[in-house]
Design a protein around this ligand. Sequence first.
Ligand code: UDX
Length: 436
Amino acid sequence: MRISVIGCGYLGAVHAAAMASIGHEVIGIDVDVRKIEALAQGRAPIFEPGLPELLVDTVGSGALRFSTDIADAARCDVHFVTVGTPQLPGAHGADLRFVQAAFASLRPHLRDGVVVAGKSTVPVGTAADLAGAVRETGSTLVWNPEFLREGWAVQDTVAPDRIVVGVPPGAAGEGAADVLRGVYHTALAAGTPYIVTDYATAELVKVSANAFLATKISFINAMAEIAEATGADVTQLADALGHDTRIGRRFLGAGIGFGGGCLPKDIRAFAARAEELGLRDSVAFLREVDAINLRRRERAVQLVLEETGGSVVGRRVAVLGAAFKPHSDDVRDSPALDVAVRLHGLGARVIVTDPQAVPNARALHPQLAYTTDRDEALRDADVVVVVTEWDEYRRQMSPEDVAALTGGRIIVDGRNCLDAARWRAAGWRYRGLGRP
Ligand code: UDX
């Protein structure tokens, strides 16, 4: 099939390459000239495992092309809209400017029988608002939310857990659902559940999935607060809870909490939308989820202060991690960087290291010192703070080797990713979140 992907950020770049890799003829469109130039040469504008190889293959074979001119998408049978929906500046709602601009620029190129599939995460009700203008051209709008995780984006796109398609009622909707069946033929052949529903449900699946995941993380982080006051160990608690198959162990990782370009802004936008609908109370708990999440960053800073006699002024602190999670160079709303910024604000001599995210972190917070060399960050440090659980820190760092580099023997584990007993046995003062 001939497919366009409008918006070549995290979601769009991966979606375009994945669609080309399963046999479609794909054109990626973006207004950012530099991004399109890089992609057209098969270079990924972001760090995402597997994406460089996929781009080289699909751009090389001619299956995937890129353009800044939306008119180049006019021949396509299916258009995916994958632009961002950031948080509104100074407010909690979603900024739909890019979605509206994408639809406005696409509209003159739509014709009879074409399917427009929105993939961006939008407030419930958005698809219904956009559908009329699409229908007037003879095309059909569907909403097909994306659930990919950064770091696993290629895998999540090629082999998703489920495919959800919100369609309008009637024959046009059924036809459009069939068209998307053709687009996703490989995943469907592999048995991926294909859920055809209405617009509002499709939009809600996405935001409620993210709300649930965020709630699960904040739930265990709330238990970490209780554990801190009672001498319990939240990691053992999570293991024990996780054996209950109704609960499950995943997303019960207590630590400095969730960040990134999705969960924080999506729960805020969801709460803002509920308020617009007069349903403030229905998701009032999401404000608590957000508040618990933000408190855990401060708690990590407090642990450092507790170990340094109440002041970090002039102390050298090695911050291991800047990305919001491993396997990503994304620093949007990163709890890791937030901890570094807070320590710097308290007068510590902070040096941040990360295997992938240093350039993005430096652009966002130029006031901090950075190195990509872990050992350089550790050298002469009074305190070590682990805030992103990269394998480089979690698995490939021995307490003895680190002790040979640092000045002090204090380690704060903001992700509960280290073996506390092993570090203590090597003479370290180990502090985890929600652990005795
Ligand atoms: C998330 C959703 O998982 C994905 O389905 C959606 O499409 C986009 O948002 P992503 O932002 O890539 O994906 O990251 P995810 O793996 O969900 O992690 C989010 C944050 O939660 C990270 O900061 C991570 O460190 C944190 N987290 C995750 C925890 O603090 N504890 C956990 O147990 C799991």
